[in-house]
Design a protein around this ligand. Structure first.
Ligand code: FAD
Ligand code: 2HG
Ligand code: ZN
Length: 491
């Protein structure tokens, strides 16, 4: 853990401090033993630890109380009490967020959604699923699979993240190219405001033009205006045929050409186009010990997925696409998955990158949107800069272990990851704010899908102008006048 993660932050003295009376009140209110982890009147440090530290083990808070309400009514009572006592809170789902937003900074109470985990309804005619916020993404998708439908979001953390967390971060993931953003697929929400009001906007309607679409504010607001307790979401039919191809390419120029060809030739069946650079794949190989999918090694790799209704037809299309891009010299080598095992194995080369990086030490993560033509230039410029400054070299004496680029090419979303032996302020200062200036010059976004959390709280101005930030602050004060919802984060 970094001890100096928050050098510019001080605990807000207006917030109350938790007392034994507060804990007794919450215990009575939530009833169940397992709903309260109390480190105030007991020494439950070990039990509380996982709720205080984030997935990367980079951000660490100091809560002494974790509450797990079982429904919106309980959340309402908890928040109303916290608001009256000015006790700050952090909503927490699966705690897989990558910007430090899901853990407290100081002693904020963690309100974890894991006990709100029921699927409420599914209508096969409309494809609308209504589920509690604490349902794990993979559980929701497995339930939908039994009804021949698919959750319109997929990501590497699916086994742990909650759909309430997904909505609150507006997660993008691996198939946004096909199924679009949650701003489109989420049809309704139930959320609890800090004063205890239960906002029932759990509509299952596809169309509803009756005034401001307030649920949109909760999508991507990272727990700063209320706590999402349920989600209504439009789910597509599960494709009957899903195929995947894995390519090796000689340059980023070739990758761009392959993407254009994929869009043109695979059009309606294209469901993912993912980019991985050579270093990201060597890291996956080192951590898994698996043999590369292709014979040779290449500076760039792509994963192309198709989803359709006719396996033979889709495979024929993918084969002819592969033939064409190889014939035109765009793709140097490629392989198509022949069965489900190979399908999963090829996806692991993309989905496993974040996990592989986590074994190396610390990672500085930048999740950016930039025009496609410049997408990989950021990785090259960053590597050149760190090399010139003496942070990257050939042996173990240098602090940086890898500068890696990968991401959702189909959405113009790059993940630049700088892996270090241990978190290092000098390296951090060499990258930030340089990286944000680089993005701003190209009118990009400093957060494409992970959000701002605490990691990027100071940098919002690189992607949003003063007017927008002022409007956000005004909205925040309407919903949360006491500022108790996820304080110290980006707003
Ligand atoms: P948490 O981490 O618990 O919380 C995230 C934020 O949402 C916090 O600010 C929290 O306060 C708030 N929050 C959580 N639940 C609620 C709620 N019910 N109401 C209000 N606020 C709430 N992200 C992508 O976009 N695309 C990816 O491809 C992707 N891949 C990932 C792969 C790995 C291996 C990992 C570890 C993470 C990945 N992520 C990705 C990060 C991503 O944001 C999440 O995994 C996910 O959306 C967060 O869900 P969660 O339940 O873990 O939320
Ligand atoms: C992905 O696309 C995730 O794999 C995680 O968004 C990216 O770890 C990262 O930086
Ligand atoms: Zn991603």
């Amino acid at each position: 853990f970094t001890s100096d993660a928050y050098p510019n932050l001080k605990r807000n003295p207006n917030f109350g401090e938790i007392s034994a009376d507060d804990v007794a009140h919450f215990k009575e209110l939530l009833g169940s033993q397992s709903a309260v982890i109390d480190g105030v009147t007991t020494d439950a440090t070990d039990d509380i630890e996982p709720f205080n530290s984030d997935w990367m083990r980079k951000y660490r808070g100091h809560t002494r109380l974790v509450l797990k309400p079982g429904n919106a009514q309980e959340v309402s009572k908890v928040l109303k009490y916290c608001n009256e006592r000015k006790l700050a809170v952090v909503p927490q789902g699966g705690n897989t967020g990558l910007v430090g937003g899901s853990v407290p900074v100081f002693d904020e109470i963690v309100i974890n959604t894991s006990r709100m985990n029921q699927i409420r309804s599914f209508d096969p005619a409309s494809g609308v699923l209504v589920a509690d916020a604490g349902v794990i993404l993979e559980v929701a998708d497995q339930y939908l699979a039994e009804h021949d439908h698919l959750f319109p979001l997929d990501l590497g953390a699916k086994g742990s993240c909650h759909i309430g967390g997904n909505v609150s971060t507006n997660a993008g993931g691996l198939r946004l190219l096909r199924y679009g953003s949650l701003h489109g697929s989420v049809l309704g929400l139930e959320a609890v405001l800090p004063d205890g009001t239960i906002m029932d906007a759990l509509s299952t309607l596809r169309k509803n033009n009756t005034g401001y679409d307030l649920k949109q504010l909760f999508i991507g607001s990272e727990g700063t205006i209320g706590l999402v307790t349920a989600v209504s979401i439009l789910c597509p039919p599960r494709p009957k045929a899903v195929n995947v191809a894995y390519f090796g390419l000689e340059s980023f120029d070739h990758v761009q050409k392959a993407f254009l060809a994929a869009k043109g030739q695979l059009s309606e069946i294209l469901s993912a186009f993912e980019l991985m650079d050579g270093r990201s794949q060597s890291l996956v190989r080192e951590s898994t010990g698996n043999k590369y999918p292709l014979e040779g090694e290449y500076p760039f790799y792509c994963l192309v997925e198709t989803s359709g209704s006719n396996a033979e037809h889709d495979m024929a299309k993918l084969e002819s696409f592969l033939e064409s891009v190889m014939g035109d010299g765009i793709v140097a080598d490629g392989v198509l998955a022949q069965d489900e095992t190979q399908f999963q194995a090829l996806w692991r080369w993309r989905e496993g990158i974040t996990e592989s990086l986590s074994h190396l030490g610390g990672t500085y993560k930048y999740d950016v949107s930039i025009p496609l033509s410049d997408l990989y230039l950021l990785v090259e410029d960053c590597k050149a800069r760190l090399t010139e400054m003496g942070f990257v070299g050939d042996d173990d004496s240098f602090p940086v272990r890898a500068v890696v680029g990968y991401g959702h090419m189909g959405d113009s979303n790059l993940h630049l990851n700088v892996s270090v032996r241990q978190y290092n302020k000098e390296v951090e200062k060499a990258i930030e704010p340089w990286v944000y200036e680089w993005i701003q010059k190209r009118k990009g976004s400093i957060s494409a899908e992970h959000g701002l959390g605490v990691a990027k709280r100071e940098f919002i101005g690189y992607s949003q102008n003063e007017t927008m930030v002022k409007l956000m602050k005004q909205l925040k004060s309407v919903y949360d006048p006491n500022g108790i919802m996820n304080p110290y984060k980006y707003i």
